[in-house]
Design a protein around this ligand. Structure first.
Ligand code: ASP
Length: 336
């Protein structure tokens, strides 16, 4: 058919294409393409044409890095005009980080970029890979999506709003603070109706570089010396995982340490340990003290997105003042 859509599949690795071995599942070159070639449903007349580009080496997504994100972004940029949509096959472990990072790297997307994978390899009985990949291909060809999404367990999510919630369940992903975009049931239904608008401006692809970022999860009795040591290392940003709406122990040593580090130019972002809801540092005295110490609100962003946004902003050569402003600004639908 002349008007068939063409979808580019960047296969980076992950469970979806793995093969059983004596040491457990391992990625094997050529195995996924060969498995797909033997599944007639992928060549159904309503399906788009697709081309699979297998990365070398195929990786477990635990090994993903900003360099991999940059490679993916440049790969898609190179083929942007030759295809109608893009699918990234990726392990689930760091899928939300990758989707978040790519959402920042791509500006003015007017084609779908859907990241998917599976909990059981495509070649295995009861695999969720078939449904995830078939639907991703179908949606990429038939729905006007202009952003980086994750498709998993019959739901299409805004990528930078997701987090992996379930280690071994099929509903691995959740979007705690933003509605699901599409749901694939008997029909593919628009749930949120708020996918990003298409723009006529040229695609922009930004650089991403490795940065020195750390996360510290607060807990009762945490020795502040640990924080002090962390902030003495050559750090550019620290994500503090706080209680509830962004509260921390009201401890003079903690606040003094944070204030001093913030004045030295370390960006300290307050994210909640809660999955749902938003940081509000004006809610309690324990949160307010943090904002007085120069801590920036992570609002309702996921930790994955805050990390990805820090990588992105720190790679753009911006001043700390601008980065502080942009961190709390909605750039790609990642924050309320
Ligand atoms: N460890 C795998 C990965 O993230 C898990 C998966 O693909 O689901 O690559």
């Amino acid at each position: 058919m002349a008007d068939k859509k063409r979808i580019y599949i960047a296969y980076t690795g992950g469970t979806i294409g793995m093969k059983p071995s004596k040491d457990g599942f391992i990625p094997v070159a050529g195995y996924l393409s060969q498995t797909i070639a033997n599944m007639p449903e992928f060549y159904h007349e309503d399906m788009p044409e697709f081309e699979i580009h297998e990365y070398n080496p195929l990786i477990d997504s635990a090994n993903v890095s900003p360099q991999v994100w940059q490679t993916l972004a440049l790969d898609i940029q190179k083929r942007y005009h030759d295809f109608d949509g893009f699918i990234i096959l990726h392990g689930t472990d760091t899928m939300s980080y990758t989707a978040s990072a790519l959402s920042f790297v791509f500006e003015n997307l007017s084609k779908p970029v859907i990241v998917t994978g599976s909990q059981i390899p495509l070649s295995q009985l009861r695999s969720d890979a078939r449904v995830n990949l078939l639907n991703s291909l179908y949606i990429a060809a038939h729905h006007p999506i202009n952003e980086v999404c994750i498709f998993f367990n019959n739901q299409l999510f805004r990528g930078n709003r997701t987090t992996k919630q379930y280690a071994d369940g099929f509903d691995a992903f959740v979007s705690p603070n933003y509605p699901v975009l599409l749901e694939a049931g008997i029909e593919i239904k628009n749930i949120a109706g708020q996918t990003q608008k298409s723009v006529n401006t040229r695609l922009r692809v930004s650089e991403l570089e490795a940065q020195s970022i750390a996360i510290l999860h607060l807990f009762p009795g945490l020795d502040w010396q640990v924080l002090d040591n962390l902030l003495k290392s050559p750090l550019q940003a620290l994500v503090l995982l706080t209680y509830g709406v962004g509260n921390a122990q009201q401890d003079e040593q903690l606040l003094a340490t944070l204030k001093e580090a913030s004045e030295r130019g370390i960006l300290i972002v307050n994210c909640s340990q809660c999955l749902k809801g938003s940081v509000n540092m004006e809610g309690y005295a324990t949160g307010h003290a943090l904002s007085e110490a120069g801590v920036i609100s992570g609002l309702d962003m996921t930790t994955e997105t805050v990390i990805a946004k820090l990588y992105y902003l720190l790679s753009q050569g911006l001043s700390n003042k601008v980065i502080r402003e942009l961190l709390v600004t909605d750039l790609r639908g990642e924050v309320r």
